[in-house]
Design a binder for this molecule. Structure first.
Ligand code: ATR
Length: 284
């Protein structure tokens, strides 16, 4: 069952299956309230066998747009009329909006990642050089796009399953260098930025145990995991005196482009929004 919209005006939603744990309503409802805008953002479960029909009928439905989460990212990519460049490069979409009678989509995860680092570690990309990314899943794809956008090279992709890292090299080109965990001590010694894009260190998952001794002084360390907010990786980097950026800001910033498309106002990521989402997560 879809949540009932709380007020008249444009309504956007998040589609997925299951989707009830999505934090997106907290973020968008916070902004709607903050700016005094009419409208709402609701959770709308769509079963896998219903996704094609749901998107085919979108123009006649009640929603101005939606976020897309698992398992619909591929089906939605194929079903919309246009995918913007970032979505095509990343190979996934998470945000859909209407332009006239057309459905347009993109992935905002990469720009969310960049905005989070720009805010949390200003100047982090000024001396773009080698980067190390742990993981080669969907989140890693957005991170690689983002780092390549800012000129980082080479980007070493370290993943348990080597084939997945190789596939990313084929997608993103020669700046991407697949590597195994055994190469890390050497790679970390030259890293300007270190990103955890695996699920390691997340609550309920195995820890991410890395020796950060070799990281250069200027290296910035960030994690896409935000529960806990300070992961073991970030705590170790902070103890070493390195600049760290937690993963919550990526979640908040990736929501902003959708809000602007649907509700017509560019929203801000503020400490009050962060606090509201942390309360909802029961973290912090
Ligand atoms: P997401 O879309 O969030 O990136 P994913 O596609 O399932 O999720 O990717 C999870 C990432 O965490 C992958 O890089 C995965 O490594 P594999 O490709 O080898 O599966 C990594 N990961 C998850 N659990 C891991 C573990 N116990 N040890 C090492 N890497 C792990």
């Amino acid at each position: 069952m879809t949540d009932r919209p709380a007020s008249p005006g444009p309504v956007a939603c998040v589609i997925g299956w299951p989707v009830k744990h999505s934090r997106s309503p907290v973020i968008h409802r916070f902004w709607l309230r903050q700016y005094g805008l009419p409208g709402d953002y609701v959770i709308h479960p769509v079963a896998p066998e219903e996704i094609t029909g749901f998107l085919a009928g979108f123009a006649d439905g009640p929603f101005v747009g939606c976020n897309v989460t698992v398992p619909h990212k591929e089906a939605a990519f194929a079903a919309v009329d246009e995918v913007e460049a970032a979505g095509r490069a990343i190979g996934a979409i998470n945000t859909i909006w209407r332009e006239g009678d057309r459905l347009v989509a993109t992935s905002t995860d990469g720009i969310g990642f960049l905005a989070n680092l720009d805010e949390g570690a200003p100047g982090w990309d000024q001396a773009a050089g080698p980067a190390v990314v742990l993981g080669a899943g969907g989140a890693a794809r957005a991170v690689l796009w983002a780092l390549a956008e800012r000129g980082f090279a080479p980007i070493h992709v370290v993943n348990r399953t080597r084939d997945r890292a190789e596939a990313l090299a084929a997608r993103f080109g020669s700046a991407i260098r697949p590597a195994g965990w055994d190469a890390l001590p050497d790679l970390l010694g030259r890293a300007r930025v270190l990103v955890n894009a695996t699920s390691l260190g997340m609550e309920g998952q195995p820890p991410l145990d890395l020796d950060l001794t070799g990281l250069p002084e200027g290296c910035v360390v960030t994690d896409i995991v935000y529960v806990p907010l300070e992961t073991g990786l970030l705590a170790a980097a902070r103890r070493r005196g390195l600049r760290t950026v937690d993963g919550l800001g990526m979640l908040l910033h990736q929501a902003a482009p959708g809000f602007e498309h649907w509700f017509g106002r560019k929203p801000e990521v503020t400490p009050a929004l962060r606090a509201a989402v942390l309360r909802d997560l029961g973290v912090g």
